[in-house]
Design a protein. Structure first.
Length: 281
């Protein structure tokens, strides 16, 4: 832990991630807590923060581009017929309290605030677990409860008219290298085989590292994956892929993604074995 209320995650005594609780960010980036840097056990960074290509990409976290018209993703908003547009519609996720804060993880409460006031209350749990000498797992669960007193819905650029852009929910901005990372699932290879499709897990393999993202609950497994590699490396789980996701007053949307963070380039069998171990841990 640090003096600024942030959390340093440790596995076997080694720091593997820093959670920034109250970042000082401009409103257009949709200020929110994030994990960065996240590293392998050997110390290789596998996240990026506010890179030049997308300043609103903040390591690992939960980001949604459209909650009843308010932008909790950052940057421009996709508007039908106009494309990506600068709007004064950004929200912010504000840390309220930690219910647990230890070296291996934490549970916190957040308020999702926008112009009308609080829209959502979130409980977020993050845990770091050792797997092998060369791999560990980051377990992130978020539960969003509609506390606005009125019906809300979650959308994405895809549901607003931009094909293939169903991002929003869990999102990991990965390390950018000279060569785009390889992508594979249990059954297929390549970005096209993973993007916009459901799979128990999807792997991103860089030069000296591998990330394996596992949908760890039935509800999470129903969400297609959002995968980018050429323009930038990033993986997320899509809350609103084909249609807006309704969140009635008082109702909760919960998702859980467990990510294997490994040194080296894993093969399919090794990725599957580590993922199974991580999800059951």
């Amino acid at each position: 832990m640090t003096g600024d209320d942030s959390v340093v995650l440790r596995v076997a005594g080694r720091p593997v991630g820093r959670y920034v609780t109250r970042p000082e960010l401009p409103a257009r980036l949709s200020p929110r807590p994030y994990l960065h840097p996240v590293t392998t056990l050997a110390g290789t960074a596998v996240t990026e923060l506010s890179p030049a290509d997308h300043a609103h990409h903040l390591g690992v976290g939960v980001a949604v581009p459209d909650v009843e018209g308010f932008n909790f993703w950052g940057g421009r908003t996709y508007v039908q017929g106009r494309g990506p547009t600068e709007l004064d519609n950004h929200g912010a996720q504000r840390h309220t309290a930690y219910h647990r804060r230890e070296a291996d993880g934490f549970t916190e409460e957040l308020r999702w605030m926008a112009a009308p006031g609080q829209l959502l209350r979130e409980q977020r749990t993050v845990t770091a677990t050792a797997l092998t000498d060369g791999a560990w797992a980051l377990d992130l669960t978020f539960a969003l409860t509609n506390v606005s007193g009125r019906p809300l819905s979650v959308g994405s650029p895809a549901t607003n008219g931009r094909p293939g852009a169903a991002y929003g929910g869990f999102f990991w901005r990965a390390r950018k290298e000279d060569t785009a990372p390889d992508v594979f699932t249990a059954a297929a290879d390549g970005t096209d085989a993973a993007h916009g499709r459901t799979a128990d897990w999807v792997a991103l393999a860089g030069s000296t590292w591998t990330l394996v993202f596992a949908a760890a609950t039935e509800a999470t497994r129903r969400d297609p994956w959002f995968v980018r590699t050429e323009e930038y490396p990033g993986v997320g789980s899509s809350l609103a892929h084909d249609a807006r996701l309704p969140v009635p007053p008082g109702e909760t949307v919960e998702r859980r993604v467990v990510t294997v963070v490994a040194d080296g380039r894993l093969g399919r069998q090794e990725a599957a074995a580590l993922t199974a171990k991580a999800v059951s841990a």
